[in-house]
Design a protein around this ligand. Structure first.
Ligand code: FES
Length: 173
């Protein structure tokens, strides 16, 4: 006999036991992530996924998809590229898919246009103190120190971007 069941009829998690004693199969239909009532659960209709929520973002100021937050958080400089703590010492990070920010030594930051001068592929950030920035497409290599060309088909080095540290962020200067 079919039974209609709407697991999202209430905000609380519901557990439906089928054949509880004999089979011990539990079907969990969750409208929230835990046993506590979901705040503002009225807006939860249409949430088809019961998968865990994705990890919160790191507050990357390049996340243009976040939309206006209305403030209230930490004050991020308007020209911020990335929080200093997100750039590994001896390595780098690509921000906004266009800028390579590196920290060759603790507290020293540099930035380059991440587009390879050959055909525009985004270069790989250096890591583990490696002094070479490499393009993954045709293997051009550039110096971490100044972005200059070392080898490969790229006709020139990486274009430098002037940066400084302000309020805990690497910002365009
Ligand atoms: S695109 Fe970088 S080496 Fe060709």
């Amino acid at each position: 006999m079919p039974v209609e069941f709407n697991p999202c009829a209430t905000a609380a998690r519901r557990t439906l036991l089928l054949g509880a004693g004999a089979l011990g199969i539990a079907v969990v239909a969750g409208c929230g992530d835990d046993d506590s009532p979901a705040p503002g659960a009225a807006g939860g209709s249409g949430g088809a996924s019961s998968a865990p929520a994705p990890a919160p973002t790191t507050g990357n100021p390049f996340d243009d998809t976040a939309g206006a937050s209305g403030g209230g958080g930490a004050q991020v400089p308007s020209n911020a590229l990335v929080a200093t703590g997100e750039v590994p010492v001896g390595g780098g990070i690509i921000v906004k898919d266009t800028v390579l920010v590196i920290q060759p030594a603790k507290g020293t930051f540099k930035a380059y246009d991440a587009a390879c001068p050959h055909e525009g592929a985004i270069v790989d950030p250096p890591y583990d103190g490696n002094q070479i920035i490499q393009c993954p497409r045709h293997n051009s290599k550039f110096k971490v120190a100044d972005g200059s060309w070392v080898s490969g088909p790229a006709p020139r080095g990486l274009k430098g971007i002037k940066v400084e540290v302000k309020s805990g962020y690497v910002v365009r200067s």
